[in-house]
Design a protein around this ligand. Sequence first.
Ligand SMILES: CC(C)(COP(=O)(O)OP(=O)(O)OC[C@H]1O[C@@H](n2cnc3c(N)ncnc32)[C@H](O)[C@@H]1OP(=O)(O)O)[C@@H](O)C(=O)NCCC(=O)NCCS
Length: 182
Amino acid sequence: MPKARFEESEVEIEKLRPEHAPLFDRFISDSVDENSFLRDDALAGQMFRLSDTYLLVEKKTRRIVSYISLYIGSFKLSRKRTFHKVKIKDKPYSVKRLRHMPCLIIGRLATNKEDEGKGAATLLIASAIKQAHRINELISFPFLVVHAYKEKIPFYEKKGFKIAFTPSRKARVHTMYVHLFE
Ligand SMILES: CC(C)(COP(=O)(O)OP(=O)(O)OC[C@H]1O[C@@H](n2cnc3c(N)ncnc32)[C@H](O)[C@@H]1OP(=O)(O)O)[C@@H](O)C(=O)NCCC(=O)NCCS
């Protein structure tokens, strides 16, 4: 039976702060890397302005249900892709100093195991897209990107992400993007 989804009124998105640290222990996602990032690296990453982490917190219990971390970067995109009727291999995309497309990157995304399938990650992706639009008022970049584990490709495809270029068969992660202005 499908699980009940979180209502937006039941949860809050909070930017990570040192006061959240006591909540980390109760957060256990299916991925060891994602768990240890939250515990060991997220606050330092933020302090050194390398990335920002946002928590989806259940209001009633103050549990961390899910989190996303975001940073600024760039990525390679197939030269055949077309946006606004212009191919990536053509101007204005293709200028000498712009070999990689500027973007906001989802560095980490994970949901507490017992809360999977209740729409938490979907809410955080939607919020990241809104955030990307807000930042775009000051600094331009056309894409939101994730380097997705192979087994998570169908999840991101469901959320509207496309594969950026044909990866090698051995690749553990695949770069995926959404265009923010289509
Ligand atoms: C991937 C992850 C973040 C999804 O979080 P979530 O809060 O359960 O996601 P949501 O509930 O918002 O969305 C789940 C949807 O994705 C689908 N989904 C989840 N994993 C999927 C997969 N591997 N393949 C296809 N669909 C998948 C579900 O069927 C559901 O579909 P629906 O929206 O149509 O109902 C979570 O499974 C997780 O934390 N995994 C471990 C960490 C990880 O691998 N992170 C990704 C790094 S690339």
